[in-house]
Design a protein around this ligand. Structure first.
Ligand code: SAM
Length: 293
């Protein structure tokens, strides 16, 4: 049985297993093992850690995670053509890699991994945002994951870390930063991938805050923020009409000028608005323990 260092170069793996990239599965592979090693180091020390990898493809990033000392990697890959290649990686790291063939959206990693879980993925762009929103909006907080290290189109990455006042600031920034610390860890040009996509990419790293920065019911916050940014060029008193009742009074209660636009409202102010909405007479009871104030 060989070791990880004895595995063939990824180009040879792709040729041997006939892994011509499929656009429908968002396949843009990373073939440079120095680069996959750099991504695998973004979460910090992985010695003995549990890692959930979404979309391992031919296994470049998987090799990096195992080489960084991950105790167990659970890798979920939808493309059955990649499974024999991943079996070779598993054989080179006995007992440390479990591969599941299927849709990552349907797998709960907690059924396969112990302890805090680091999620690492060079995601297919079409599933990336859906998974991120799901990871950011679980029933209970803090979540099961200890960190998220995720590749996105650079434009999406900028939206996750955006600050108020710019075009990139929106629902994704509020959802991500309310409950997590988010930063761009790496930026990659199209040529880093095979085949090269049309756009630049970036790796975003998120760590959950023990409690959200400001208290709010997550469902109310999510609804208010979605409504506010849905008509982002309108003044909030108009964009939030769907809330019903005296919207201007709610905004003022939250310390927000009613003529303001969503992109200039801070996360603290959105949380205050969600509290004002949840506190209205007749509003359903809000979820408890959602903040540190
Ligand atoms: N991680 C590999 C790398 O860095 O070279 C592959 C990255 S490629 C951008 C995305 C991978 O996710 C592909 O292998 C694709 O088949 C897989 N994939 C697409 N949709 C998926 C899904 N819903 N669940 C699991 N894997 C998926």
């Amino acid at each position: 049985m060989g070791s990880l260092d004895d595995l063939p170069p990824l180009r040879a793996v792709i040729a041997a297993h006939g892994l011509a990239a499929k656009k429908s599965l968002g396949q843009n592979f990373l073939l440079d093992l120095n680069l996959t090693a750099r991504i695998a180091r973004v979460p910090g020390d992985l010695s003995g850690a549990s890692v959930f990898e979404v979309g391992p493809g031919p296994g470049g990033l998987t090799r990096g995670l195992l080489a960084e000392g991950a105790g167990k990697v659970l890798a979920v890959e939808k493309d059955a053509r990649c499974l024999p290649a991943l079996a070779e990686v598993a054989a080179a790291a006995p007992g440390r890699l479990e591969v599941i063939g299927g849709d990552a959206l349907e797998v709960d990693p907690r059924a396969h991994l112990d302890g805090p879980i680091h999620v690492v993925a060079n995601l297919p762009y079409n599933v990336g945002t859906e998974l991120l929103v799901r990871w950011l909006t679980p029933e209970v907080w803090p979540p099961y994951w200890a960190s998220l290290t995720l590749m996105f189109q650079q434009e999406v990455a900028e939206r996750i870390v955006a600050q108020p006042g710019g075009k990139a600031y929106g629902r994704l920034a509020v959802l991500a930063q309310w409950r997590a610390q988010a930063r761009i860890a790496l930026r990659l040009p199209p040529e880093a991938f095979t085949p090269a996509p049309k756009v630049h990419s970036a790796v975003v790293h998120l760590r959950p805050r023990p409690v959200p920065l400001w208290p709010a019911d997550p469902e109310v916050l999510s609804r208010v923020v979605a409504m506010a940014f849905n008509q982002r060029r309108k003044m909030l008193r108009a964009a939030l009409k769907g809330l019903g009742g005296d919207v201007e009074a709610l905004l003022e209660q939250a310390g927000i000028t009613p003529t303001e636009r969503a992109e200039r409202v801070t996360i603290e102010q959105f949380a205050a608005l969600a509290r004002a909405v949840a506190g209205r007479a007749g509003a359903p009871a809000s979820r408890q323990g959602q903040g540190n104030q």
